[in-house]
Design a binder for this molecule. Structure first.
Ligand code: 13P
Ligand code: SF4
Length: 330
């Protein structure tokens, strides 16, 4: 991609990548990116990771500015854990269908209707929902956290019903599930995946637990993005089928260029429909502008932040040090 940007239409084009690196130094900023970001954003980031690793990085960084290349709930986590930092998100409209499915007032009613249940909430939710939750989980930490809870403990799980159902199957629990889904992982087609498997019978299928059960039943490995990446790089198979947002294939291809990573298809037989439209709102140009202007900034009301931090701290403590896969950065 041409990294030159002409901001005002008439002025000279600038080298956006060089400007981002210069601003990063001037601002004492760190760029954190999720695996679902466009390749050119992953390549300029200091650290690329899954939701849990990015939370840990945000909590530990000594930078003054966190430029968060992901979606809004992730940037909010950075602000909740590091309130003294300036947290910027290239496009404030980078939301998430799971967050949208779980309005805080409805969630608070759900909790009130089940006072004897503990509330385990997927990190893909608003700060306000985190503030109403007991423990936050990511897909890489959920199973480990659930297994630390007494087997008799009743649990509410929100907002991803597919992840929740997969966790119920894995742990033998009977968590009460909120009815939310990820619009990206719902688009994979069982019929098209079966056709692809027939073409590559030895290729393992790697799937994210946000996928519906019929897709997960076809998978050889189910896990968070970091786990999928780990599996793909360590597998002896030369061809692998990847059922999660296809931008993660960028890291696979960089680390193992001799292997063939195939994105699982949607109903039209094309994996392009499985790009996350929210993640795609962030671009290099917007990252440059946000570092230049320190906007848009993430703000979380202090009372919400303090309550949300309790549930996030419980996650960080209970998750311990599970499966970090360092692809860039330290
Ligand atoms: P993880 O990177 O934690 O697996 O999360 C995936 C996702 O959908 C983020 O929105
Ligand atoms: Fe939300 Fe799904 Fe996009 Fe992740 S991939 S940010 S869960 S819509």
């Amino acid at each position: 991609m041409d990294a030159r940007l002409n901001l005002l239409g008439g002025g000279p084009a600038i080298d956006v990548k060089a400007e981002i690196l210069a601003l990063k130094a001037t601002r004492n900023a760190v760029i954190l990116a999720h695996y679902y970001q466009a390749p050119e954003i992953q390549d300029i980031a200091d650290f690329v990771g899954d939701s849990l690793d990015l939370s840990r990085k945000a909590a530990a960084t000594e930078a003054d500015v966190i430029a968060f290349c992901g979606v809004k709930f992730m940037a909010e986590v950075a602000k909740i854990l590091s309130p003294q930092k300036t947290v910027i998100l290239p496009d404030l409209k980078a939301g998430c269908s799971l967050e949208d499915s779980c309005p805080p007032d409805d969630f608070a009613r759900f909790r009130r209707a089940h006072p004897d249940h503990l509330s385990l909430t997927y990190i893909n939710c608003s700060a306000a929902v985190k503030a109403e939750s007991d423990i936050i989980v990511t897909s890489s930490s959920a199973e480990k956290i659930i297994n630390q809870l007494p087997s008799t403990q009743k649990i509410l799980f929100a907002p991803d019903k597919h992840l929740g159902a997969w966790l119920n199957r894995k742990t033998g629990r009977d968590m009460l599930l909120w009815d939310g889904t990820c619009i990206v992982h719902e688009r994979f087609s069982v019929t098209e995946l079966l056709k692809l498997k027939a073409l590559h019978p030895a290729a393992p299928v790697l799937a994210h637990p946000e996928c519906p059960a019929p897709i997960l039943e076809l998978a050889h490995y189910v896990g968070a993005t970091s786990g999928i990446l780990n599996y793909a790089l360590n597998s002896p198979e030369p061809t692998l089928i990847v059922a999660t947002e296809p931008n993660i294939i960028h890291q696979m291809q960089k680390a193992a260029p001799h292997k063939n990573f195939i994105g699982a298809p949607g109903a039209d037989g094309n994996c392009g429909c499985n790009m996350c439209p929210f993640m795609a709102l962030n671009t290099l140009d917007k990252l440059y502008l946000s570092l230049r202007d320190l906007t848009p900034q993430i703000e979380v009301p202090e009372d919400v932040r303090l309550r949300a931090k309790l549930s996030l701290d419980r996650m960080l403590e209970m998750a311990g040090s599970v499966s970090p896969v360092r692809v860039t950065g330290d």
